[in-house]
Structures are given as structure tokens and as C-alpha cells.
Design a protein around this ligand. Sequence first.
Ligand SMILES: [Zn+2]
Length: 235
Amino acid sequence: MEIKTDALVLRCADSGENDKMVTLLTAELGKVGAMMKGVKKVGAKLRVFAQPFCFAEVVLFEKEGRRRVISASLHDGFFSLLEDLASFYGAAVVARVCDTLSFEGMESRPLLVSAVKALEGLCADKEPLFSLVPFFVDALAFAGYQVSAGACPFCGKELKGRMRFDLSFGAFACRDCGQGVEASETTYRAVKAAVAGEKIGDRDGALRAFRLLCAYFFEKTGTQLREAEEFLRVI
Ligand SMILES: [Zn+2]
């Protein structure tokens, strides 16, 4: 059986002398593994596609539960990610988050769209955090871990000053009403902008929001984002 789908390469691993095994985030099939035959040979047609962050329309051939990429038409290779360390590690965060939150058989177009948008942002010459924070919020919501950045859920008051973020419920609340880790208004404003799909203007807020979302991600998935630590080291 042949299946045509949009796919983003999340991971690659060598397999034998000439082949690679790729992990793909696809729109229709969710996360799938597929073999790419002969792609380590110089001049192989699919060679350019067999690397992380490549986004393409692929044709998968499936037989007895095994898949093989038989053709690919590149949408974007995001090759400029390799020229800047912060953008590269940012992209690695995107790939790892997708890898953790997606499963085989799960329709994943919204996650794929968010990931591609984030990679485009990381390639553009702007602050990488302004792409990563909105992606993180979208990806978490896709997996059912919505972030709530409205009024205090307990007393209904508008949130100001020092407050709390509950890592179990993914919600901000007043310092006295809520439980959880302490958070600043700057953090809250950056997350709130990302949830609303608005631009984040403040880098410090975006940085704090990114750290908070990493903690929330760990709380929900048990996955420590090593890529995020690397990213924070180089920005
Ligand atoms: Zn309150």
C-alpha cells in the first residue's frame, strides 16, 4: 500500500551501510518510523531529505507493518538552521516536543503546522524564543495540556504582580488563591500573548515563559528536554 502525506523528519538513525531509519511526524498517520534505502550513498535521490527538520510530501510504501519512503518532494529543508547554534537547538526542541507528544495513528496536522511555523520562525532572523513559546503552547494544547492564562480561576480577579502557576492544571492564579510555582507578571504576559496568538514583544518574558513551559512539559510527560538546556546555554 502507498500513502502520500506531508511529513517532518524528527530523527534519523543510521541503519546498515547505506540506509537510514527516519522518524516522521506526518499529518495523517501521526508519528511513524520509515526506512530510507540507499540514502547514505553519494548522489542518492532522497539523500537531502534524510536529515532532521526536513519538511516534505512523502510517499510511504507499507507492507506487513513496515514502511519505506519511496519518494519525497521537499517543501522546505530549513537548511539555515545549521548556520546558527541557537536556532539549531531551538529546532531540536521543536522536534523533541513533537516526538514526545505524537503517536502512531493520531491525526497530527495541527501539531505539524505549528512545528513548521516554528521552524520558519527560527530560520527568520528574529529572537528564537518568540517562535518557541507560541509553538510550545500550541503543542501542549494539541496533546490536551492546555495552558490557561486568563483571570484567577478562584477569585476571578485580573492577575497582577507576583502570582502562581499550577503545574498540574496548567493555570495561573493569584499568589494567595492558587498553588504551585511562583511566577512573575512578565512570564504571565508572555504566555497570555502566546495563548491568544498575539506577538510576544518582551524577550525576558519569553525566556521566563519558556522555562515555565519546560517545567509544565516535564510535569505532564516526564520528559526532561535536554535540547532546551542546550538551547538556553547558547542564547
Ligand atoms: Zn485569586
